[in-house]
Design a protein around this ligand. Structure first.
Ligand code: PGA
Length: 246
C-alpha cells in the first residue's frame, strides 16, 4: 500500500521569527503523526532551523532545489551532499516555477533527480501542463514528455523512492484547483508509466476546504502544498484530511 504524503512548499517565504511560530503551531497540532507522512520543504537558509525544531518529531524536511553537480567551483549553488548533511529527506525537482522562471529543461531536471537519489534522499518530481497546453488537449503528452526525460536517464525502479507531484501550472497559486476528476485522470495516466508503489501527489491551490475530495481519488496519494503550507491551521487541516480525519 502507498502511504500518503503531504509536503509543504514554503517557496521563497519565511523569516526566523515567523518560521518559529509556524513550526511550533504545526508540531503542536500534528506532532504525533500517524497514518500519513508529512514534510516541509523550506528555503536553504532555514534548513538548520527547521531540522533543529523538527528533530524528534515525525515530520520530515527537505529543500526546494539543488545543483546537479558534485561539490566544486559552482558559486551560489548547493549540492546534494550538503542537503543530505542537513538531514533532508526530500528535495523538490522540476517545480514549474524553476522550469518557467529559471529555464530548467527536462534534461536538467533529470540530472537533479539523479543527484537527489544518489545521496539517499527522495526527489519530489513536479510535472504539469500550462493552461494553453490543457486547452489544446496536450496534457497527457506534456506530462509524459516531462516524465520520460527522467526515465531516459534514471531506472524505473528509482520511482520506488521518488515521489511524483502532478501540478497543473494553471492551478498553482491561482486559487483555481483541478477538479478531483481532472486530477485523477492525469494521475491514472502517470500511474501506468510508474510503479504501483510510486506516490503521486496533487499540487495546485490545495486548501483545507478542498483537500478531502481531492485525496479521495484512488490515484492521489497526498498533496504538495504551497500557499496553504504557510498557514498552520490550513496546513494541519490538510494533513488531517490526508489521514482521513478531515
Ligand atoms: P499552491 O502551490 O498550493 O500555492 O498553489 C503549490 C506548489 O507550487 O507547489
Amino acid at each position: 500500500m502507498r502511504g500518503r504524503l503531504v509536503a509543504g512548499n514554503w517557496k521563497m517565504h519565511g523569516n526566523r521569527v515567523a518560521n518559529r511560530a509556524l513550526l511550533d503551531a504545526v508540531v503542536a497540532e500534528i506532532g504525533g503523526l500517524e497514518g500519513v507522512e508529512c514534510a516541509l520543504c523550506v528555503p536553504y537558509p532555514y534548513l538548520g532551523q527547521v531540522a533543529e525544531r523538527l528533530a524528534d518529531t515525525p515530520l520530515a524536511w527537505g529543500a526546494q532545489n539543488l545543483s546537479e553537480h558534485a561539490p566544486g567551483a559552482f558559486t551560489g549553488e548547493v549540492s546534494a551532499a550538503m542537503l543530505a548533511e542537513f538531514g533532508c529527506r526530500y528535495v523538490i525537482v522540476g517545480h514549474s516555477e524553476r522550469r518557467q522562471l529559471f529555464a530548467e529543461t527536462d534534461r536538467l531536471v533529470a540530472a537533479k533527480f539523479a543527484a537527489v537519489l544518489g545521496h539517499g534522499m527522495r526527489p519530489i518530481l513536479c510535472l504539469g501542463e500550462t493552461l494553453e497546453e490543457r486547452d489544446a488537449g496536450r496534457t497527457d503528452q506534456v506530462v509524459e514528455r516531462q516524465l520520460q526525460a527522467v526515465l531516459n536517464s534514471n531506472e524505473k525502479d528509482s520511482f520506488k523512492q521518488a515521489v511524483v507531484a502532478y501540478e497543473p501550472v494553471w492551478a498553482i497559486g491561482t486559487g483555481r484547483t483541478a477538479s478531483p476528476r481532472q486530477a485523477q485522470a492525469v494521475h491514472a495516466f502517470l500511474r501506468q508509466k510508474l510503479l504501483p508503489e510510486t506516490r503521486i501527489l496533487y499540487g495546485g491551490s490545495v486548501k483545507a476546504a478542498n483537500a478531502t475530495e481531492i485525496f479521495a481519488m484512488p490515484d492521489v496519494d497526498g498533496g504538495l502544498i504551497g500557499g496553504a503550507s504557510l498557514v498552520a491551521g490550513e496546513f494541519t487541516a490538510i494533513v488531517r484530511a490526508a489521514q482521513g480525519k478531515g
